[in-house]
Design a protein around this ligand. Structure first.
Ligand SMILES: *Cc1c(COP(=O)(O)O)cnc(C)c1O
Length: 352
């Protein structure tokens, strides 16, 4: 793929503190356009700026959008690396397939990511826990309201320097188990990383925030009985010595952090079971003290210990509201590999 590069003549001033998440953007962005019958064309890196789209574009009316999230990490030796980026390239295509957006060749995805981060390399921060968050996204741009298959699309990547998720140390979060709204159902778009799933989550998220909870833990959409995931993270539990996580059956997002946690734990000799976990089993384990640890896992936080769970009028405290040993082990090992402090024996990292 040939990528044309237009460098900015007006560089943006880099923020020096309180990076937060997704607030600042780098000098450049990647764009390419798709037309059915012609394929992808016009791959370009241009100065970061608003874009202009036809008001009838499919993305605005019928929610044709999928996205990814990954990070570029600054190693102590100054070099920059990605963590399992090929998994993101594969997943965006799996997501796109579900809502009939065009496929992006994996090598083009990787090339776009690499050239963009090379150009904006000075934006990869080096502070503790900081990274450059990368947001690839793909959406329909057909300029007509008639419902038909998507013939035009756009793929973009924007980059945002982000601060440490844990500025004040790893504090366990308070989670509310949602028993009214559901996020996704089997056969729907739950396994696709698409904007529509987030739209469906907004109401429960707001309700949880009003009540002082950080996020929602979703139950399955059919029986409201089985645990699915937490907000934008997958979820894992240690119950009576067994590490368990809900199996992927179509309604749960297949997280790369989830997969990495499972592979890492197995490599360290732990057994991990992917299976259905009912809310009744979880409540029983909280009542009888066998729920030893609970944590969410996703790119943004890596792992996030769950200190309190609220369900059906009751608040349960897990592991004295402290981070557990397995959660800590995952955090230390994954962040160690991501920032290059630990040797990557899995071959997960890709140097820029
Ligand atoms: C992105 C995402 C995750 C986590 O996936 P990672 O690849 O680990 O970042 C989990 N659940 C949802 C709904 C997501 O969108």
């Amino acid at each position: 793929m040939n990528i044309s590069i237009t460098k900015t003549t007006n560089p943006i001033e880099k923020p020096t503190k309180d990076l937060g998440f997704g607030k600042y953007f780098t000098d450049h962005m990647f764009i390419m356009d798709y037309v059915a019958g012609e394929g992808w064309k016009d791959a370009r890196i241009v100065p970061f700026a608003p874009i202009s789209l036809h008001p009838a574009a499919t993305v605005f009316h019928y929610g044709a959008e999928v996205f990814e999230g990954l990070k570029a990490y600054r190693r102590a030796d100054g070099e920059i690396q990605f963590f399992r980026p090929i998994e993101n390239a594969r997943r965006i295509n799996n997501s796109a397939e579900r809502i009939r957006l065009p496929q992006i060749p994996e090598e083009d995805f990787m090339q776009a990511l690499t050239e963009l981060v090379k150009l904006d390399a000075d934006w990869v921060p080096s502070g503790n826990g900081e990274s450059l968050y990368l947001r690839p996204f793909l959406f329909g741009t057909d300029d007509a309201l008639g419902l038909h298959s998507i013939k035009k699309a756009r793929f973009m990547i924007i980059c945002s320097p982000s601060g440490s998720y844990y500025k004040e140390g790893i504090n366990p979060v308070k989670i509310m188990i949602e028993d009214e709204d559901v996020r996704a159902v089997r056969g729907g778009t739950g396994y696709a990383k698409c904007g529509g799933n987030y739209a469906a989550s907004n109401r429960a998220g707001e309700k949880a925030a009003e009540k002082g909870f950080t996020q929602v833990l979703w139950l399955d959409g059919v029986d409201r009985k089985y645990i699915e995931e937490v907000g934008a993270m997958n979820v894992m539990f240690k119950i009576g010595g067994e590490i368990v996580t809900p199996s992927l059956e179509g309604s749960i997002l297949p997280g790369i952090t989830r997969k990495s946690c499972i592979e890492l734990l197995r490599a360290k000799g732990f057994s991990v079971t992917e299976r259905k976990i009912s809310i009744d089993e979880l409540c029983a384990a909280m009542e009888n003290g066998t729920l030893e640890e609970a944590w969410g896992c996703g790119t943004a936080a890596v792992v996030s210990p769950i200190g309190q769970l609220y369900y059906d009028g009751k608040t349960y405290t897990i592991n004295n509201n402290e981070i557990g040993a397995v959660t800590q082990l995952l955090y230390d090992n994954l962040t160690g590999i991501q920032w290059g402090r630990l040797e990557d024996t899995f071959g997960w990292t890709v140097r820029l």
